[in-house]
Each structure stands twice: as C-alpha cells, then as structure tokens.
Write a new protein. Structure first.
Length: 438
C-alpha cells in the first residue's frame, strides 16, 4: 500500500490516532517513535482496541502480526503520517497561511484566525500543535466547509521549517521575528534566521504566493526573496515599503493602538486585551493579512478587540491579592528583554518580577542569563525573584531560588500582597504553577 492507497483507506476511515490509549472504532493508528516510547510496540493492541489499520515501521512487529485487521509496513511511520497529511491538504484548493517566528507566533496565529473568521470559515492550529506531529494533525482536520487555513510552525533545529512547509504547502506566509531561542539546536542567531527563512524559500517556489512581513525588521527584509509578492507593515511611517502602519496609544496595562493604510490618513483605534507593546507588531500582521483577504477595517478592529489571550501568554490576571502578568509558557533572550522593557514602562506600582531561567540556550546560556541580570539593574522594580540554577552563580542583589518548589514554599510563608507581578520563564521551570498561589 503506497501513500495513494493509504489515503484511499483514510477516506473510508477518516480518523487518525497516534495514541494506543485512544483508538476510536475504525480509526488508523500511526506508530510513532520518540526518545522514550515506540508506538510499534502498541500496534497490535491498537488494532485489538478498534483501529482498522496500523501503520508501523518495525519489520519484526509486522512479521509477527497474525490478526484479521490490516497492518501496513512503511520505512518511516512519521514520514508516512506527514505524507498522508500532505495528500489530504492537496484535496483543498484554499489559501494556507503559514506562520512561524521566534516569538509571538501563537498570538499572531490567533489574531490572524480571529480576523479571518470575521469573513471566512477558518481552520487553524489548535494551541501550539506546531511541530512535525502537530502540523499533520492540524492538516488532517481540513474539511469541505473550510475556506482558509492558518498553520503555525515551530522549530528548534535546522531544517525543521523546511520539513513542515513541505508537508503543509502554504500559499502565503509570515515570520513574526527572529531572535535568540533554541540556540542549543540552532547554534547561532544566523542559524535561527536561516531556519525560519525556509518558509520564504518554500514560498519562492510557488506561483502567486504572498509574504506578509514587518518592513522594520532588517533580518527579515534581508532574506526576503525578490520573486515573491510582499505585503508589508511597519511602525515607522517613513518606511516606503509598508502598506500598513501602526502606533501605540497606551499600555495601561492593556495595549491600545491605532492603524491605517498607506492609501488613507484615517486612523482606526483598537483597545486590545493584550499585555505588551511588542504585541503591536503581531496586531499589525493580523491587520495586513486581513486586508489582503478582503476583511473590512471594521471587522478587523472588532476581531482584535475581542481576542482574549490564554495559555499563560501575556495574560493579565487579577486575583484576590495581586495583579499578575503571566507569560510563563516560554522564554528566550529576545522575549525576556521585551517583557522586562514593557513591564518597566507600565504605569503601575508596586512592581515585582518572578523570572525563571531560559532553556535550550547551549553554550550561550550563562552569558544570556547574566545579561538579564544586568538589564534588571535599570528596571524600576520593587522586588525581583530569580528561579533556576542558571542564575545561581550570578552576583546580584535579587532573591534566588533553585526551582519552583522553593518559590511556592516562600509564597506560602509570606505571600506578596497588592502588587503587579510579572511571571516570565521557560515552560520547563514550571512558573505556571504560581498564579493560583498569588
């Protein structure tokens, strides 16, 4: 059975599972492998539970199976999963908006989804299902009623975006920004730029493709292919490349902005539920995508005003005791600097920052954490707690904790009261456990 045969089977059994604990009757089980698991070992069990087909890449498992349901042997089960998703994607002649970037890609994806949903039936990535398993799962959700799709793509190693765009085949794309993240995998900022730029490289091979780009970003403009139509946005109104401009009105604490097009001097004001001046660029990206697809200015403003972030991404939470700015899903040097700068500018008091270490920075980790501490010296914060062993050997006046458990114990002993508290750190340091205590 080749990919055409697998897809023909999928059309009769349009449910795919990669979890042997969740095997709907008549579904297809894909035996994926990871560092700590091997789906091949559960293929027979998946068939016994109700799956109609198991796709495996272990020849021994295939040869040992003697059941009455089908088992398909492939060279690589993950690749078969991607090929199946691509084949399904090719059944839909609709725009696919591919989104990647170091920071802001999930927020931008949600803003773009919200804007496009004012006019279209949109299928978009759920949560942050943006890797080589999440993207195929997203594409297999495409259905005849969908008119446009927004697919988020993440990367932690060179070649990751190339793989994802070859699976999703976007018709247009957006890189939010490039910065120092996953340096352990990429090796350098140049490695990040090259990998994110694989989205542009793929679009350059497709006729009538469009790139939405921040014209103020020199890194992105520097890798923009000459043969692809670009629709640009910018804060700098002197930027002649841009067709959409935006300004910050206030961040007190929510971002209020105004935007206009190049052809008009009429400004559109928007009050968002977003925390952080850096979200202006994400909002302008959504405006630009919306205008390209014929969404009206009024609909765009309505969508952005009504979008409420979730999943620990720049959320403002008011508890009985404090005001919390929770950004505990991820952290890297670029996003940490932006969060500290924005919190510094907020006209609120008193301010406290609980900062977790930044993961996956490789040889740059010690230096980047030292830079965070140096940056804090100029921040008008009343109190700072640093969490994680990367901060341990840095001389500074701030309170330090090895892990989140020590922080929880400190809060239990003496809980901060009446403060605005920024909580920022990599997901692995688990600062998302703190809001319920504060």
């Amino acid at each position: 059975m080749d990919i055409k045969g697998l897809y023909a089977f999928y059309q009769q059994h349009p449910v795919v599972t990669t979890d042997s604990r969740d095997c709907p009757e008549g579904s297809i089980f894909i035996a994926l492998k990871g560092d700590l698991f091997d789906g091949n070992k559960f293929a027979t069990q998946a068939l016994e539970k109700g799956c109609a087909l198991a796709v495996v890449d272990d020849e021994q498992v295939y040869n040992d199976y003697h059941g009455d349901k089908q088992m398909m042997l492939v060279p690589n089960a993950l690749q078969a999963f991607k090929d199946l998703a691509r084949e399904h994607r090719r059944q839909f002649n609709i725009p696919i908006v591919g989104i990647t970037g170091t920071n802001g890609k999930t927020t931008t994806k949600e803003l773009v989804r919200s804007v496009l949903a004012e006019k279209y039936n949109v299928m978009a990535t759920e949560g942050n299902y943006n890797n080589d398993v999440g993207v195929p799962k997203t594409l297999l959700r495409l259905a005849p009623e969908h008119e446009i799709s927004v697919v988020e793509m993440g990367a932690s190693h060179p070649g990751d975006i190339k793989t994802l765009v070859e699976t999703s085949e976007p018709t247009c794309g957006l890189i939010t920004n490039v910065g120092k993240a996953h340096l352990q995998g990429f090796g350098s900022l140049e490695g990040v730029i090259h990998t994110k730029g694989e989205l542009y490289d793929n679009l350059a091979t497709r006729p009538d493709s469009v790139i939405f780009i921040n014209a103020d970003n020199e890194h992105l403009m520097g890798i923009l292919p000459q043969n692809v139509k670009a629709e640009c946005y910018a804060r700098n109104e002197e930027n002649t490349d841009a067709c959409v401009f935006g300004r910050i009105i206030a961040c007190d604490p929510f971002l209020r902005l105004r935007w206009r097009t190049k052809e008009s001097n009429d400004w559109h004001e928007v009050t968002t539920h977003l925390i952080g001046s850096y979200n202006l660029d994400n909002a302008l990206a959504a405006v630009t995508v919306g205008l390209h697809f014929g969404v009206s200015a009024e609909q765009i403003c309505h969508a952005i005003e009504n979008y409420v972030p979730s999943n620990n991404r720049s959320q403002l939470t008011e508890t009985e005791h404090n005001h919390l700015i929770v950004d505990a899903y991820n952290a890297n040097p670029t996003s940490m600097a932006a969060a500290l700068d924005n919190f510094s500018l907020m006209q609120v008091s008193p301010k406290m920052a609980i900062l977790g270490e930044m993961r996956e920075l490789g040889d740059s980790s010690a230096e980047e954490h030292r830079r965070v501490v140096e940056r804090l010296a100029s921040c008008p914060f009343d109190e700072v707690w640093l969490v994680g062993k990367e901060f341990k050997d840095i001389e500074c006046p701030y309170r330090k904790f090895d892990d989140v458990e020590q922080v929880k114990a400190a809060i239990t002993e003496t809980r901060p009261e009446g403060r605005y508290i920024l909580i920022k750190g990599s997901n692995g340091i688990k600062l998302f456990q703190l809001p319920e205590l504060l």
